[in-house]
Structures are given as structure tokens and as C-alpha cells.
Design a binder for this molecule. Structure first.
Ligand code: SIN
Ligand code: FE2
Length: 222
């Protein structure tokens, strides 16, 4: 091969950021840019899911409308209304099953979990949150799942967010981590029930995703 050839330097792979793994808890990691190489396959599938089950705003048991709009895919979808939080196999808006979890999403979640030390993650629920600027997610625990041995895998797309990662009490101090397009966060094991949330999204327009942030959280719920 011609040693002066620059072909390799300019290949897509050479331009890809090396994946960086940042530890944010004993069993919690931010995988920087982990999903970037998947997005060409992933975004059309996500678009198809959302065409079937569009984003909608849900009400909490306390009667507040969530600022993030929600949808789901997979066997189970997370929902909230005046009656409570729960997982349901049926999209309550369409009275039909949620769209199937696309293979590319399942593969991404399984390999990201493995990269964070959780082998064999088999998600059956993918919650899709849409944040327009100003929308937020207050501190909460993911605890509607049947068993907590599986981790939570969270993919960020579009506008950046400040992710709050707290402790096991709502009042515990939180650490702040900025999450960017293509980042994946995985938390599980001793960290599985830690409080977490997202500060209000700042105004902006993402070149690929527009004026919004979309977050997908994969869980084993059933
Ligand atoms: C969630 O906890 O459901 C969403 C977290 C995020 O948007 O990053
Ligand atoms: Fe959550």
C-alpha cells in the first residue's frame, strides 16, 4: 500500500470520535458518542415508530401535565394518568399494542449495556421522551419495573441536556453531567434506583434533530 495515501485518514471511521467511557457511579457510565455510528440505521426506525405512536402529553397522578411528551415501543410502554404510573402492552391513545422494538434499538441497548458491564440485557420497553426547549424531567427513580437486576440504558438525541444524577434519597446531592447527541448513559446494579432527572432544555436548534431533544430509555420492565 502507498504509505503516503491519505485515504484511511479521511474514512468515516477515522473521523469518528473514539468512544469514551465516563464513570458517574459505582455501576454507572456515560458512553460518549456511543450511538453516533448507529444513527443512520436508527433514525429512520425511530421515525417509523413515532409515525405509528406519536408523542402525546401525559398527566401525572397528581394532576400535572408532564412537560416532556411521551411515546413508547416494545412489548410494554410506560404510561401515566390520574390513576397512576404503570407499564401497559397497549397504547392508551390508540387502543392497540405499542409499535415493536426495532432490532437496531435492541442491539444498541444490549451492546451499550455490555460496554458498561451488564451482559445479556434484553429490554422489553423503550420509553421515548421529547423535550422542547424549557421542558424538563424532575428527580425520580425508575421503579415501576418488576425486577431491578437489569440496568437502565438511556440514549440522548438532539439538543444537549444537563442530566442530574442523585442518590437513593430525593434529598441527596446530585451530580450534573451534560449529555449530547449520541451519548448513552447506563446505570444499574447498586445504582439502579438512584434518583435522576433533567434540567430545563436550553433554546437551540440541533443540526440533525431540530429544536428538540429526544431521549430513549430502555428497560426490562416485565
Ligand atoms: C428519564 O429518566 O425518563 C429521562 C432521562 C433523560 O431524558 O435523560
Ligand atoms: Fe427515569
Amino acid at each position: 500500500m502507498d504509505p503516503h495515501s491519505t485515504g484511511d485518514l479521511f474514512s468515516d471511521e477515522a473521523l469518528q470520535q473514539p468512544a469514551r467511557r465516563e464513570q458517574i457511579g459505582e455501576q454507572s457510565y456515560v458512553l460518549r458518542g456511543y450511538a453516533l455510528p448507529w444513527l443512520e440505521r436508527l433514525l429512520p426506525e425511530l421515525r417509523a415508530v413515532l409515525a405509528q405512536s406519536p408523542f402525546r402529553q401525559m398527566v401525572t397522578p397528581g394532576g400535572f401535565t408532564m412537560s416532556a411528551a411521551l411515546s413508547s415501543c416494545g412489548d410494554l410502554g410506560w404510561t401515566t394518568d390520574r390513576q397512576g404510573y404503570r407499564y401497559s402492552p397497549i397504547d392508551p391513545e390508540r387502543h392497540q399494542p405499542w409499535p415493536a422494538l426495532p432490532n437496531v434499538l435492541r442491539e444498541l441497548a444490549t451492546t451499550a449495556a455490555a460496554a458498561a458491564g451488564f451482559e445479556g440485557f434484553a429490554p422489553d420497553a423503550c420509553l421515548i421522551n421529547r423535550y422542547v426547549p424549557g421542558a424538563r424531567m424532575s428527580l425520580h427513580q425508575d421503579k415501576n419495573e418488576r425486577d431491578f437486576s437489569a440496568p437502565v440504558v438511556s440514549l440522548s438525541l438532539g439538543l444537549p441536556a444537563v442530566f442530574l444524577f442523585g442518590g437513593h434519597q430525593r434529598s441527596d446531592k446530585t451530580q450534573k453531567t451534560s449529555l449530547f447527541h449520541g451519548d448513552v448513559v447506563v446505570w444499574g446494579g447498586v445504582d439502579r434506583l438512584r434518583f435522576h432527572g433533567v434540567l430545563p432544555i436550553k433554546h437551540g436548534v440541533h443540526p440533525r434533530m431540530g429544536p428538540q431533544r429526544i431521549n430513549l430509555t430502555f428497560r426490562k420492565a416485565g
